[in-house]
Design a protein around this ligand. Structure first.
Ligand code: COA
Ligand code: ZN
Length: 235
């Protein structure tokens, strides 16, 4: 077991530069084209570019030569968990933020969500929270419920993204600690339980969490990706 730190690289939507498209592979360019909204294109491009430039530096190869595999385990199309030989990684984007987490050997899952005060947290709770979590959520004032729900959501999503289950998992069975308590997985029947869960600081409009599939202690380094994205790739 290695004790290397998890690196979480953060980009903002304003870091986008269209020269970065040159570093994408054909499947990524296809997905980029398919997004209708400019902000979806920008977030996707930035997730790809951060992954490629960080991995390119690590492997000492140009970003365009990094072989990312996004094969979906359900349908085979290139929209699944990002995989690469020799590194574990996870991508998330929401609102103005893009996060990409890396660890050399331990699976990681990151999830960032912009808090939308307009969501109907109570109905979302019926499909994604365990009973005990929904009861906890109900204790919050209606005005605070969107944030509390989003904290629950990112903690659960980080875990199912780390395992690679994604939306295949029934989030109601992934029971995590209440939003005002330190992040932790409390119960997920059938899972062996090895996970460290931490909330990430992402500003007052966002909730974000990171799951690392290890029982051991973890160190997390948050890194601003802007300098990495602004220049020419170093390889
Ligand atoms: C994991 C998932 C639940 C996250 O979605 P989200 O919270 O809306 O979006 P995020 O920005 O946080 O995460 C998106 C990233 O999750 C990653 N991802 C996709 N499937 C994943 C999985 N099963 N496990 C872990 N990560 C996954 C991808 O890297 C994706 O980044 P990309 O768009 O740059 O390729 C996503 O898989 C999803 O929404 N799936 C919907 C179901 C679907 O379309 N399934 C297709 C089946 S054919
Ligand atoms: Zn699919």
């Amino acid at each position: 077991m290695t004790h290397a730190a998890v690196e979480v690289w953060w980009a903002k939507i304003g870091d986008v530069r269209w020269q970065l498209v040159a570093e994408l592979d054909a499947a990524e360019r296809g997905r980029l084209t398919a997004y209708a909204r400019q902000e979806d294109k920008d977030r996707f491009l930035l997730g790809c570019a951060v992954a490629r430039r960080v991995l390119g530096n690590h492997l000492m190869i140009p970003p365009a030569e990094v072989r990312l595999d996004r094969t979906c385990e359900d349908c085979g199309r290139p929209h699944g968990k990002v995989r690469v030989e020799g590194m574990e990684l996870s991508v998330s984007h929401s609102g103005d933020l893009i996060a990409v987490a890396f660890h050399p050997s331990t699976p990681v899952g990151v999830d960032v969500e912009k808090v939308d005060p307009g969501i109907d947290a109570d109905s979302l709770a019926t499909v994604s929270l365990a009973e005990v979590e929904a009861m906890e959520l109900a204790k919050y004032e209606p005005a605070d419920r969107a944030r509390a729900f989003t904290t629950y959501w990112t903690r659960k999503e980080a875990i199912v993204k780390a395992t690679g289950d994604g939306m295949r998992a029934d989030l109601r069975r992934v029971v995590v600690s209440p939003p005002d308590q330190p992040a932790a997985l409390l119960e997920w029947s059938g899972y062996d339980g090895r996970v460290q869960l931490v909330d990430l600081e992402a500003g007052s409009d966002y909730a974000a969490a990171l799951a690392i599939l290890t029982a051991g202690p973890v160190t997390v380094h948050s890194i601003d990706a802007a300098p990495l994205l602004s220049g020419q790739p170093s390889n």
